[in-house]
Design a protein around this ligand. Structure first.
Ligand SMILES: C[S@@+](CC[C@H](N)C(=O)[O-])C[C@H]1O[C@@H](n2cnc3c(N)ncnc32)[C@H](O)[C@@H]1O
Length: 498
């Protein structure tokens, strides 16, 4: 550093002495005297590679003046513009006057692009939202019957069959896509429909009359696809997907053998997966008269608050697992009276509850039910039922109007690579834990009669947190999403009819 300064000093001395004006105004020692002043100038030190003076000949005198800050700055930038490093050159370019002059132009251009992109994006959202509203209106059209809830309000009730009748196959699948509930097995069919749509679009634009029209605005799915279905057997990807599903079976004997060691074996895995907080979520949703299906060894009892509920009924198909639930419950709540422990299969739930209606249609059966629940909960049970769709349909029939089915389940992921892994591991998992770990919980729910209110997925989509209800039952205000709360009129869905 010191050596460098000395070199600078030496350069300055030379400069002063050789300068024509120095001979005119002062002798060499005086010129040297000015050196410390030059050094104290911070600008000069910073620009140590530039000559701090500017000299020019104005015919009479040879004039010299100190460079302005701007001039030194510009010289520095010009020097950096010749730097071998691309990044330094780019940095310098951003400091040039030329760039600053153009900056306003660039900003206006960027703003225009932003506005154009934003409008295009908003237009897309608007078109989709319009399509969604039309589909929902069509889905809920007609076919409703009425039923009274606890407070005497008339509620519209539907069955999932009505929805299927109201929408054609394409509309049903498109509705799932628009609401983010498209299942893995639906993808081959959706792709097949997209192919058909592409052909229809080409045909539409080949007509000169449609030159300035937009296909999406003139396409009528009802007219085009009513009475039209695509056979799953014609979709190789669908068939491939179905092959990966293991056959279901009655798992009661398996869990009878597992009952005594179940808690100690599963404990560590649950701890590392952080399932405690999920179980807490499940139990927070339990209120009123509660039924827990496939209660196992009663691992949710830890999170139960009896003050939040009116009664609780436990059901499990394995007598030994039910014994464990009973022991755990009585250890924690020895004097709680409104608890029942039932050994039986979810597939036989209606019989067990004394609701033996022959007709399985929701609106008719509901009149004859004796036992009904405000909340039915289940955790990690669907994967071990012999007939999960029937089990869920039974649960749905035992729900009071306005009641909720709350599920905490594990199953297929949202990532195909993880699904491939789950498919490979499924047989091993079945022999260790008695469950089919690669099931698509969403597809099972779609096949049963429930309407999903909330579907949250965690752990790469393998952990399903579901709140569902009877089709057509009103949603509570807190169950609406932001858009529905503030931008749509969904009154007939939320408020019970007077
Ligand atoms: C994996 S354990 C889950 C236990 C518990 N729910 C938990 O979260 O730890 C599955 C339970 O479902 C029960 N189960 C299997 N099939 C059933 C059915 N069809 N109806 C009722 N319970 C069933 C088994 O006996 C077993 O206790």
């Amino acid at each position: 550093m010191f050596k460098q300064r000395n070199q600078q000093l030496f350069r300055l001395i030379n400069l002063k002495i050789n300068h024509p004006l120095s001979a005119f105004s002062a002798s060499a020692p005086i010129a040297i005297k000015t050196i410390p002043i030059s050094f104290s100038n911070k600008q000069f030190i910073r620009s140590n590679s530039t000559d701090p003076y500017i000299s020019y000949d104005n015919s009479k005198f040879y004039v010299r003046r100190k460079k302005t800050h701007e001039e030194i700055h510009e010289e520095m930038i010009n020097k950096k513009l010749k730097d071998p490093s691309k990044m330094v050159r780019l940095g310098a370019y951003f400091q040039t006057k030329k760039f600053n002059k153009n900056l306003t132009k660039y900003l206006v251009l960027a703003y225009a692009v932003f506005i154009l992109y934003g409008s295009y994006h908003l237009y897309g959202i608007f078109i989709k939202q319009k399509e969604l509203t039309n589909l929902n209106n069509k889905k809920y059209k007609l076919n409703s019957s009425f039923e009274k809830d606890d407070k005497g309000n008339n509620l519209k009730t539907y069955s999932i069959k009505d929805f299927e009748k109201n929408l054609n196959e394409y509309e049903n699948i498109r509705l799932k896509e628009l609401t983010g509930k498209l299942r893995e097995r639906d993808i081959p069919k959706l792709n097949a429909y997209k192919e058909i749509l592409k052909e229809k679009e080409t045909e539409f634009y080949s007509n000169p009359e449609n030159k300035n029209k937009k296909f999406i605005e003139h396409f009528d799915a009802t007219k085009e696809f009513n009475g039209f279905t695509i056979n799953n057997d014609d979709l190789p990807e669908y068939l491939e997907y179905m092959k990966r599903m293991l056959p279901a079976r009655d798992t009661s004997p398996f869990f009878d053998d597992k009952a005594s060691s179940y808690d100690s074996e599963i404990g560590t895995e649950e701890f590392f997966l952080g399932l405690g907080s999920r179980r807490k979520w499940l139990m927070k949703n339990a209120h009123g008269d509660v039924l827990e299906v496939a209660s196992g060894t009663g691992r949710n009892i830890k999170y139960l608050k009896p003050t939040n509920i009116d009664s609780i009924t436990y059901l499990d198909s394995s007598p030994k697992m039910m014994n464990e639930t009973n022991k755990k419950f009585r250890e924690k709540f020895p004097f709680y009276k409104k608890a029942a422990f039932v050994v039986g299969r979810a597939e036989d739930l209606l019989k067990l509850a004394g609701n033996t209606a022959e007709n399985n249609k929701i609106e008719k059966v509901s009149q004859s039910h004796k036992v009904k629940y405000d909340t039915i909960i289940e955790s990690f049970g669907i994967c071990s039922h012999e007939d999960p769709v029937k089990s869920i349909n039974n649960m749905l029939e035992l729900l009071k109007p306005g009641g909720r089915l709350v599920l905490l389940e594990h199953g297929r992921s949202t990532y195909s690579s993880l699904n491939n892994y789950l498919d490979k591991r499924a047989p091993k998992r079945l022999s260790t834990w008695g469950c089919r770990a690669n099931l698509d919980i969403g597809a099972i729910l779609d096949d049963s009669g429930v309407e999903i209110v909330e579907e949250k997925r965690h752990q790469f989509g393998t952990l399903w947190c579901i709140v569902a209800k009877r089709p057509g039952d009103p949603r509570r205000y807190d169950e609406l999403n932001f858009y529905e709360k503030y931008f749509t009129n969904v009154d007939d869905v939320i408020k019970p009819l007077k």
